[in-house]
Structures are given as C-alpha cells and as structure tokens.
Ligand binder design. Structure first.
Ligand SMILES: Cc1cc2nc3c(=O)[nH]c(=O)nc-3n(C[C@H](O)[C@H](O)[C@H](O)COP(=O)(O)OP(=O)(O)OC[C@H]3O[C@@H](n4cnc5c(N)ncnc54)[C@H](O)[C@@H]3O)c2cc1C
Length: 260
C-alpha cells in the first residue's frame, strides 16, 4: 500500500496513484512536479487531473502534453491556515506518492473552430496553454480540422503576474514565440516599481487591462477569435466583462472562487 493510501481520511471511490519523479521550486510558494502515473493516463490538453494526499483531493490543470510519459503540474502554495492540500504537497518530494483519479476532467480545451487563440492566464493559469502548445508542436494531426486548416492557427499567450519570478514558463513560451511566427507571448508585471521586479523591461499592468488593446492592435477578426481566460477569478471576471456581448468567443477556467 502506498503512503498516500495509508493516510487518513481515506479517499472514497476509484483512484490510482502516481509517484513524484521530479520537483523544481521556482519560488518559495511555487513549484513544478512531475508525476509518473501507476496506470496510463490519457487526457486532452487543457484538462485537469485530480490528485490527493492525506485524504485531501484537488484538481490541477496539466502542463505536459498527453504525449509525454509523465504528468507535469505547476502548483502555488496556499499557506496554512487557508490552504489544505498545498501545504501537504509542498512538503512532498521525489519518490513519494499521491492519489490520482483515473480519469481527467474539464472542457477548457482548444476550440479548433477558431483561427486565433488569445490565451490569457495569471501565474499557474498559463498551465493549460503550455500543454496546448506542446501538443500542437509535437502532433501534426492536432487539433482536428474543424474548418480551420492547421496552418492557419495562431496563438497569443498573455500572462500576468505580480512578480517576474512567478512566470513559471516564460523561458519556454518566449523561446516558442521566437521560433514560430504563429506564436506570440506577452508577459506583463503588475507591480513594476517593486524591488523584485527591478530591471523588468517588458509590459506592465494587469493583464486583463491589456487584452483589448492587444487584440485590436493585431486586428484580430472577432468571429475567428476565441479568448481563453484561466487562473485568478478577478482577472477572469474582468476579461469576461470586456468580451461578453461582442463577436469574440470566450471561455474560462477558474482555479478558485473569489468568495471561497
Ligand atoms: C479546474 C482547476 C484547475 C486547477 N489547476 C491548478 C493548477 O494548475 N495549479 C494550482 O496551483 N492550482 C490549481 N487549481 C487550484 C487547486 O485545485 C487548489 O484549490 C489550490 O492548489 C489550493 O489548494 P488547497 O487545498 O491548499 O486550498 P483550498 O482548500 O483549495 O483553498 C483554500 C482557500 O484558498 C483559495 N485559493 C485556492 N487557490 C488559490 C490560489 N492559487 N491563490 C489564492 N487563493 C486560492 C480558495 O478559494 C479557498 O478560499 C485548480 C483548480 C481548478 C478548479
């Protein structure tokens, strides 16, 4: 029996386990883990898995592409006394196991009917977009053609964070944007005057306040554009308000509720 199964309270229903094979801390409260699932775990880019430890389960969007052998996650610590699972996960390292529900969930997936994908996220909210881009670049058959030829898809990743060190995938996204003219990446820092952001010469301001101008500057046709928003509920609320009632298609994934 694995360590997670031994812990109480017990998790009810069907679950399997996954072993932590690697961990990279990028800040005191942000880290990446790679999980080797006990059973094969098929999912669509943008979906999430449900993991647990000490009898507590939470959903986590998956960073990795389904073609990768391990499940990569990017987790933010919600410190005690508010956080439940993350304080437990934060103490776990390589070789330890978590529970894993056997099936992924979620409908925050690529919308292949649209040519332009405006992918707006805050910190861990960029996770589904990394998975989508990794899959797009690795699999010439993906996404399924739904009227838009693969060669016409364009991706615009807009990431907001308070601090530079919270940008967990900026190197990867920046590299992809430099290598492919159908990918753009714009990180923005909302507290440029604070010491940890010294030297930042990129965009500044809350990402939700920059999206409309960004989209307008590129002349994206609303009928051909899906705006995705993921992560912080207030960012999502604001982006939704800006695009709802327009011809843009809008979808969202909230990681937590504001009134929780
Ligand atoms: C579909 C989905 C995908 C998710 N994917 C990710 C992911 O990729 N990475 C990730 O770190 N989290 C993700 N989350 C959030 C995750 O499920 C947990 O809620 C989070 O890790 C905190 O867990 P916890 O048990 O420590 O605290 P919880 O018991 O879940 O929450 C405690 C309190 O903190 C609030 N809260 C939760 N998360 C945050 C946060 N990040 N910042 C501030 N307050 C918060 C809750 O609303 C609640 O009031 C996702 C959530 C959903 C619904």
């Amino acid at each position: 029996m694995t360590q997670a199964q031994n812990q109480k309270p017990a998790i009810k229903g069907k679950f399997t386990t996954a072993t932590i094979t690697r961990r990279v801390d990028i800040a005191h409260d942000l880290w990446k883990i790679w999980l080797k699932p006990e059973q094969s775990f098929a999912f669509k880019p943008g979906q999430y898995c449900t993991i647990g430890a000490a009898g507590i389960e939470r959903p986590y969007s998956i960073v990795s592409s389904p073609d990768e052998p391990e499940i990569e996650l990017f987790v933010e610590l919600v410190p005690l006394p508010d956080g439940n699972l993350t304080p437990v996960l934060h103490k776990m390292g390589v070789g330890e196991t978590v529970t894993l529900r056997p099936r992924p969930k979620g409908i925050f997936v690529i919308q292949p009917k649209y040519k332009n994908h405006v992918l707006v996220g805050t910190v861990t909210g960029t996770v589904p977009y990394v998975s989508m881009l990794r899959k797009f670049l690795a699999d010439p058959e993906w996404p399924e053609d739904q009227g838009v030829p693969r060669s016409e898809h364009r991706f615009f990743v807009l990431e907001g964070a308070s601090y530079v060190h919270e940008l967990g995938y900026d190197e990867e996204l920046g590299k992809l944007a430099a290598e492919h003219d159908f990918i753009e990446f714009m990180p923005s820092i909302s507290r440029p005057d604070e010491e940890p952001n010294k030297g930042w010469d990129g965009a500044t301001g809350r990402i939700n306040t920059l999206v409309e101008d960004y989209v307008a500057e590129r002349g994206l046709n609303p009928l051909e554009t899906c705006v995705y928003a993921c992560g912080h509920p207030q960012m999502i609320e604001d982006v939704r308000a800006r695009f709802e009632g327009t011809d843009f298609h809008f979808i969202e994934e909230r990681f937590w509720k504001d009134d929780d």
